[in-house]
Design a protein around this ligand. Structure first.
Ligand SMILES: C[S@@+](CC[C@H](N)C(=O)[O-])C[C@H]1O[C@@H](n2cnc3c(N)ncnc32)[C@H](O)[C@@H]1O
Length: 270
């Protein structure tokens, strides 16, 4: 299985659990994106790596009934979940489709705004993707993407990784570190033809009431792939050990989950 297939199968696996309160930073990120990017009625918007569509639907709300949101993802199950939420929300101007963010199949100069929430770092060739995104943006059009800062999910994720290592599961360096610093985000945008890159940081973290909510977060997003590498006979013991360590972090407010996020914006030159 290549890297993209592996990512797609993890998101297919977690799709039905993805929209849950333990992961409420995803809708919070969508709201922040809308604050940072000025979507106007009539705009053509492309939401890349849309997942269950939280950003696409926030954008549709900004558009009213004028303009269109195209939203793409590789995971059919994530898109199915997005599609059923769309029916409940009643928006008629959002179109979800399976497409690879590295090879967009839209005409050049099609979109006023491109959004991508926590998706770019999953793409093996981020530069190829950004060149493809630049092509489909209209001159003067704007890109916004979000990525995690190095402190995101710490110390919870370090404990998770240390506990996995006790069972000889050694994760690769987290993908998101490729876009975890302001200068990395600005440089990759400049290197691929965008201008006026800007980065704003926001803390989207919160307290989880108890271990089960952290566990829900682990089981419902990218960490699920690492957990799945544990042989089944070790999983119960792993969880028990992990809970013991995570519970030590609990205060009267709960268990803090840091979600320090970078919002990077840039323009396609006119
Ligand atoms: C962490 S989720 C974020 C989903 C959504 N943007 C949000 O903020 O809730 C990352 C998404 O990127 C998608 N993805 C990863 N690689 C992709 C690619 N090459 N093309 C399109 N989508 C991709 C995954 O399927 C997954 O739905």
């Amino acid at each position: 299985m290549d890297e993209k297939q592996a990512i797609t199968s993890i998101f297919n696996l977690v799709a039905s659990k993805y929209d849950n309160p333990s992961l409420r930073f995803f809708p919070a990120c969508a709201d922040k994106m809308m604050e940072h990017i000025n979507i106007k009625p009539g705009n053509q918007v492309l939401d890349i790596a849309t997942g269950t569509g939280v950003v696409a639907m926030a954008a549709a709300q900004c558009l009213g009934n004028k303009g269109q949101v195209d939203a793409i993802d590789l995971s059919e199950n994530m898109l199915q979940s997005a599609q059923s939420k769309l029916q409940d929300a009643g928006f008629e101007n959002v179109k979800f489709q399976v497409m690879d963010a590295e090879n967009l199949e839209f005409d050049s100069d099609s979109f006023d705004v491109i959004t991508c929430s926590y998706g770019l770092f999953f793409i093996p060739d981020m530069s190829a993707a950004l060149k493809s995104w630049l092509r489909v943006l209209k001159p003067g059009g704007k890109l916004i993407f979000s990525s995690f800062a190095p402190s995101a999910f710490q110390p919870l994720s370090d404990i998770f990784i240390k506990n996995l290592a006790e069972y000889d599961v050694i994760p690769p360096t987290p993908r998101w570190l490729k876009l975890a610093e302001e200068d990395l985000c600005k440089q990759i945008l400049l290197d691929n033809g965008f201008v006026n890159p800007q980065v704003i940081k926001s803390q989207l973290g919160y307290n989880l009431d108890e271990f089960s909510h952290w566990w829900e977060a682990v089981q419902s997003a990218g960490y699920r792939g690492l957990y799945e590498q544990l042989p089944e006979e070790h999983r119960a013991k792993f969880k028990e050990n992990h809970q013991r360590e995570i519970d030590k972090l609990k205060t009267s407010d709960g268990i803090w989950m840091d979600v320090q996020t970078l919002f990077s914006t840039a323009i396609k030159p006119k």
